[in-house]
Design a protein around this ligand. Sequence first.
Ligand code: F6R
Length: 625
Amino acid sequence: MCGIVGYVGQRAVQEILLAGLEKLEYRGYDSAGLSMLVADGSIESVRAVGNLSKLRAAVLDTNGNADEEQGAVATATLTATSGIGHTRWATHGRVTESNAHPHYDTTDKVHVVVNGIVENYLALKQRLRDMGAVFTSETDAEVIAHLISHHLALGSLVEGVRAAYAELEGHYSFVAMAAEEPDTLVGARKECPLIIGRGDGEQFVASAIPAFLAYTRDVQYIENGEIVVVRPEGVEFMTADGTPIEREITHVDWDESTAEKGGYETFMLKEIYEQADAVAETIADRTIRPDGIDLAEAELDESLLENVDRVLILAAGTSFHAGLIGRYAIEEWARLPVDMDVASEWRYRNPIVSERELVIGITQSGETADTLAAMRLAHEKGAKVLACTNVVGSQATRDADGVLYTRAGLEVSVAATKTFVCQVAAMYMLALRLAEKRGTLPPERIAELVAEIKQLPTRITELIEGLNGSLLATAKRHAMSDFYLYLGRHVGRAVALEGALKLKEISYIATDAYAGGEMKHGPIALLDEDTPVVCIATDMPILDKMISNIQEVRARGAHVIAIATEGDDRLEEVSEEVIYVPRTDWMLQPLLAVIPLQLFAYYVARERGLNVDQPRNLAKTVTVE
Ligand code: F6R
């Protein structure tokens, strides 16, 4: 999750940009950079790999230690009053200084900072190269600088941006500056967030409000498909075809801690709402090809996926539940046998693994002691080990043979939410890539699944926007119940397990989760008329069997809350309450079905007056043996 900040005004911009980027650090990044317009009319850039202290050091170095000629320019950045800054989390291209933003065109006159993905960058890059552009990075983002520069002939930076925008495919937001148009920044938004901060004789633009909250609380939201022209005296909004738009100014009444939470009351809620963006980042460049998935990146040599005849998934807690969905997807699509176990059990089992086994350690933090120990043991026994993690540079990434990153951004809440859906998305992509390599699915089916995976962020947005009062009412109705049963079958079982875990960990309510078919073998004894039973009944091959299990629950008079796929009316007849999720391929339904359960757990905890960001007895990372 990259961060953008831009400023035009009267103050020295260097510190404003650095401080703004520091406020966006929570999103996670691996390199950073600034570009500032200096007095001689040129644009000076400083970029560095690593955290912001490295960028600060590089800036100081440039300001202080440059030779005489450079020193004049470098010192000029101290007095520069307009510029852009960026924190990058590598997607296209390795973590290097030349891949860090800002990127610039061949003449060094147009600089850009970009979040998101340009899907058609290869075709654009070729065309721009044929016209003489010289590229200096491996990124997709750099094409934007060259494209705007090419279109500057239209007369102005905003014309250049609009023409470039019309040619770009993907989801992204960016801010551009041009040496020829001092004190002007032009921003564009397609899906990825971008927000204006309004000041007096100065303006800010950023990917999130905390970046400029120290200076202003007056904000203007940029909507999808809009372009903004930002000058010290004001901001113009327009559609991509240039039609002016009026945009009201909203005053945000946030203190520092609310700002950190993006205006939400807790980190958990913020992170639930960030899931569409997080999944979009996770799948971005990996789903560009309509006929398949691309996972090869600096940390993952795809030869790791070859000559594999078994898969073993090891994880703990929520990550284990993501692995369970991965198991179904790999078996269904890639026809590979998949075993799995919780890492804390497997490592003490004197386990048997072979060299042709791919061991996947799923750990969002990359630091969970049992998962790390299990991965190391598998490695010692000769297996190939792939880490699926959210944290760049974590121990799991150092121990594994390859890394499949989820790109959820930093997760602060102890209860994992957005990292879970990203792990599930990563498992789907891995399963599909294995299927592609092994030729176990027809090309049309792969294309269909890629298209559905690409739609997931939109479906998550639709789902969250639609989950209104009724879910809250359900939570209020059952908030004081002292026991909940969760049931699911097939891929729905993982959702039931995860829903039950979320509720118990943040609401301290006893929950149990079972495979629907197991209910009659014991747990049915627990049911009475007061028991809420959450039943995962989204589209899947054995939905009829799940509906039969629901009937069994009903026969005991318990209260059924069903999670169903939109358009499936059968659940209305057998359930007291039905929560619908958008329809997608049945294998992908779990990623959507879990979201109402996260929110449900959240609302129940709130009704019980609990602090969901700090559940008792829990730490974010379990590193103690
Ligand atoms: C639950 C939760 C935990 C973690 C588990 C593993 O909300 O967050 O169950 O999933 O402690 O953590 P990681 O994935 O960091 O290995």
